[in-house]
Design a protein around this ligand. Structure first.
Ligand code: ZN
Length: 392
């Protein structure tokens, strides 16, 4: 391999490394190229553990958008807060959670640092977003200071905000508008580095062109960093330190500048529930598939729970889950999706062979009559609907 080929390989490896991010197990990413053809992803399982894993962005184009989101990472009721939620969307095990339970009367301090929420000076939970952690800390502070009779109303306000699909649409439009120049420049800079420069070097003498190529490279890089800086100022006005830090990193590692849209998008929708975002961006079968996973997950949580909870803490978890499930069902109602068809899609309701008699309502695996519970989810099976159900 020649020195030029080694250099190109190194640049490609560095670019690809900027396309992956470590996120926690509850994070859901929504990805799109040009604001169309949305898909969703979770952290991969190959390189990861019970706390998180590597999440891939789209490799091309560099201007593709990737928004992160997750459901509220702790269970909250008017009585207190518990570091355990039953969410395990499309997973066969729970993420690591401590099960720490605190009544609001026991909370003396609420603080946050980056992705970490701290209660009583101890780490409670981490989230996928600085913005979500900050909002959650504020929410818990409000609940702590409120009288018990006001707390349910405050929780309802929190959920109203998390499921505000009108605001999600507005924020998406605003993001696309404010990052327009960053996205264009990221694509131009990528084409220059990976296509134009190697092409010119192959066709022309390197000795005579390197000054021109270097000058244009510096100009394009600084333009991109400048547009990133301006967009960040408009999207996250108060995060001055993060803006400067990222700008310096981009000047040192120009390949990270190509992925600057990822960084701008990361926190922009993080305070909204993933299902509310999905209701706005996903369409057709993709939406129904995602909604089915979320609804089955919250209706039939994995058993057994991995943490030992006393009766009061378990009631907080159940209250929180029921509250969320009600919101999910309301969202389906707004989308005019029948709940029973989302929980049990038409294709899954048909028996795979003549011995199938029962179905796991969570993972939709089919079983014979002799089985009582799902071997993966450890929850009771339901009878398979009669054939007439499918023909209805
Ligand atoms: Zn199952």
């Amino acid at each position: 391999m020649t020195d030029s080929q080694k250099l190109i390989l190194l640049v490609v490896v560095l670019y690809v490394s900027d396309c992956v991010t470590w996120v926690n197990s509850h994070a859901i990413a929504f990805l799109s190229c040009f604001g169309r053809r949305w898909t969703w992803r979770q952290a991969g399982r190959i390189i990861g553990n019970s706390q998180g894993g590597l999440l891939w962005s789209r490799l091309l184009p560099p201007s593709s958008m990737r928004f992160l989101s997750q459901t509220t990472p702790v269970s909250i009721s008017p009585q207190g807060v518990v570091d355990f939620v039953t969410h395990a969307i499309a997973r066969d095990g729970y993420a690591e959670q401590s099960g720490t339970a605190l009544r609001f009367e026991e909370i003396s301090s609420v603080a946050h640092a980056e992705h970490e929420l701290r209660l009583n000076h101890r780490r409670m939970v981490g989230t996928c977003s600085v913005e979500l952690t900050s909002r959650l800390a504020h929410h818990l502070q409000q609940l702590r200071q409120a009288v018990p009779s006001e707390r349910e109303l405050l929780i309802d306000h929190w959920l109203d905000a998390a499921f505000d699909t009108r605001l999600i649409r507005e924020r998406l439009l605003r993001f696309r508008d404010l990052t327009r120049f960053v996205r264009w420049h990221a694509n131009i800079f990528f084409c220059y580095v990976f296509v134009a420069v190697p092409g010119i070097v192959l066709l022309r003498d390197w000795e005579t062109t390197w000054r021109f190529l270097l000058a244009l490279y510096v100009f394009l890089l600084l333009s991109l960093v400048w547009y990133y800086f301006r967009a960040h100022q408009m999207l996250y006005r108060h995060r001055r330190g993060q803006r400067w830090q990222s700008a310096v990193i981009m000047c040192v590692n120009p390949l990270s500048a190509m992925r600057s849209v990822d960084e701008l998008a990361r926190d922009w929708l993080a305070v909204f529930d993933p299902l509310a975002i999905a209701a706005v961006v996903l369409e057709g079968e993709a939406w129904r598939h995602f909604a089915g996973l979320v609804l089955r997950d919250i209706s039939y949580p994995l058993q057994p729970w991995p943490v030992e909870l006393d009766e009061q803490a378990a009631s907080v978890v159940t209250w929180h889950r029921e509250k969320l499930r009600t919101r999910y069902e309301q969202l389906l109602g707004e989308k005019q999706e029948p709940l029973d068809r989302i929980l049990l899609p038409e294709g899954a309701a048909a028996a795979v062979d003549e011995t199938s008699r029962r179905i796991c309502p969570r993972c939709l695996c089919q079983y014979r009559l002799s089985s009582d519970s799902c071997s993966s989810c450890h929850i009771p099976l339901s009878p398979l609907p009669p054939p007439a159900w499918n023909e209805a």
